[in-house]
Design a protein around this ligand. Structure first.
Ligand SMILES: *Cc1c(COP(=O)(O)O)cnc(C)c1O
Length: 368
């Protein structure tokens, strides 16, 4: 049997997403006792303690199917962000929400506009739906919203805007977003992916929930980053009642597990943990910036918990050397940025270890 003849053509052409290396895998492969992961923009503080408590309490109930409607989580989100539950859908990570939007809205041949480079899942998902992916280059490591708008045609269905962006850590301003949304053709749905929303402190950044009443906007948020729950997979999207209803129509009935639901609901009330995470990131970012400047390395200013750094042509080798020292960062070749590494801001200790290792590798004979 020739399985290759049976598989869908778009599956053959897709380059699968390569996640950051898991700690256990690096320990095993390199025979290391201690490994630090600064590769996947996870929360170095750990999960919200309130979330862990909630999970313990909910454990005896996992013989039952979860609430397919995520009633309490939606209610809590609606209250916090002054939305109605019918304007909210919960996903198995925001990754699932992108797929649900495509399941609901994409026909083969429809155009999906993405930036290049940006978060890779938009393009991968779109390819699986046999959409035509229209890529628009970044300008000085920022989304070029005017150029993206210029690419809209009558076949365009979705435009993805990561704000803040990953892997650059840059953002588009409220003014730029408003310019983009002004007189937008009404065959287009814009997905604002605000995965790092909680970390942003820039005052000209505007969250996009305010645009929901336009009817053509979906805002995705996640519990994976600042809330520290990426291992549980919970994200949420807000949109018009109609958009959300169609996305609900195509999702699995039990797409979000019960532990994830109660943990997310509890994490939402844990403002102390989010505040602590924000401070850890802001302090760590300042420290790493100063050290990178001292090393004369170019980096993209970030409003998130990661930094994109130009290491130069030795970038891949530096990545390997960091790995052998037990520090996992992200190598950026898959994003078309072979000279770059992306490092997630960690604990104070992790940041110091990273800086020290990088210095040794780049500037001392011992680093060779
Ligand atoms: C991490 C990340 C996500 C994925 O979030 P999940 O909720 O864990 O699926 C989405 N978008 C961007 C830009 C991210 O960096």
């Amino acid at each position: 049997m020739n399985v290759k003849e049976l598989v869908r053509e778009c599956v053959l052409t897709i380059k699968p997403y390569k996640p950051g290396k898991p700690i256990e895998e690096v320990k095993r492969e390199l025979d290391l006792k201690t490994v630090y992961k600064m590769a996947s923009n996870e929360n170095a503080l750990g999960p919200s303690p309130k979330a862990m408590q909630a999970i313990k309490k909910a454990l005896p109930g996992i013989n039952r199917y979860p609430d397919g409607n995520c009633f309490y989580l939606k209610k809590a989100l609606a209250k916090k962000y002054r939305l109605r539950p019918e304007n909210i859908i919960i996903g198995n990570g925001s990754d699932e929400l992108f797929v649900l939007a495509m399941l609901a809205f994409i026909e083969p041949g429809d155009e999906v506009i993405v930036a290049e480079p940006t978060f890779l899942m938009y393009k991968l998902d779109a390819q699986l739906f046999e959409a035509r992916v229209v890529s628009v280059p970044l300008k000085a490591f920022r989304y070029d919203l005017a150029a993206m708008k210029a690419k809209i045609t009558s076949r365009t269905k979705l435009v993805f805007i990561a704000n803040p962006d990953n892997p650059t850590g840059s953002y588009v301003t409220r003014k730029e977003v408003e310019q983009f949304l002004k007189d937008l053709p009404d065959n287009v749905i814009v997905i604002f992916d605000e995965a790092y929303f909680e970390y942003v402190e820039a005052c000209d950044y505007g969250d996009c929930l305010r645009y929901l009443n336009r009817g053509n906007v979906i805002v995705c948020r996640t519990f994976s980053k600042a809330y520290g729950l990426c291992g549980l997979r919970v994200g949420w999207a807000a949109g018009s009642r109609e958009i959300i209803a169609y996305m609900n129509q195509v999702r699995d009935p039990f797409n979000v597990n019960q532990l994830a639901q109660v943990a997310a609901e509890a994490a939402l009330t844990d403002t102390r943990h989010v505040e602590k995470s924000r401070r850890l990131v802001s302090d760590g970012r300042k420290y790493i910036y100063a050290e990178l400047k001292a090393m004369d390395l170019f980096f993209v200013p970030s409003v998130t918990n990661f930094i994109l750094i130009n290491i130069g042509p030795e970038s891949a080798a530096v990545y390997e050397k960091l790995l052998r020292r037990g520090i996992i960062v992200r190598e950026m070749t898959a994003w078309g940025l072979p000279n770059f590494l992306r490092v997630t801001i960690g604990t104070k200790k992790e940041n110091q270890l990273f800086v020290k290792a990088l210095k040794t590798i780049l500037f001392s004979k011992k680093g060779a």
